[in-house]
Design a protein around this ligand. Structure first.
Ligand SMILES: [Zn+2]
Length: 63
């Protein structure tokens, strides 16, 4: 999924990252390379791919 530019500074976001915290839980996050914004969410999904997809959607939907 293509990520929109940062809503705060217009900078490029970094690649989504994911960390497994439990068998079926993942923490996904995206950092902005232009400012200090990071969004982080925990998801209970089947794969890190889904967690990254969701965090990407969240990034793109941020007002
Ligand atoms: Zn930014």
């Amino acid at each position: 999924m293509k990520l929109d530019p940062c809503k705060f500074c217009g900078g490029a976001p970094g690649d989504p990252r994911d960390d497994q915290i439990e068998f079926d839980s993942w923490v996904a996050s995206i950092d902005c390379t232009g400012c200090d914004i990071t969004i982080t969410m925990q998801y209970s999904v089947d794969s890190p791919l889904l967690a990254r997809e969701r965090i990407s959607k969240l990034w793109n939907s941020k007002p």
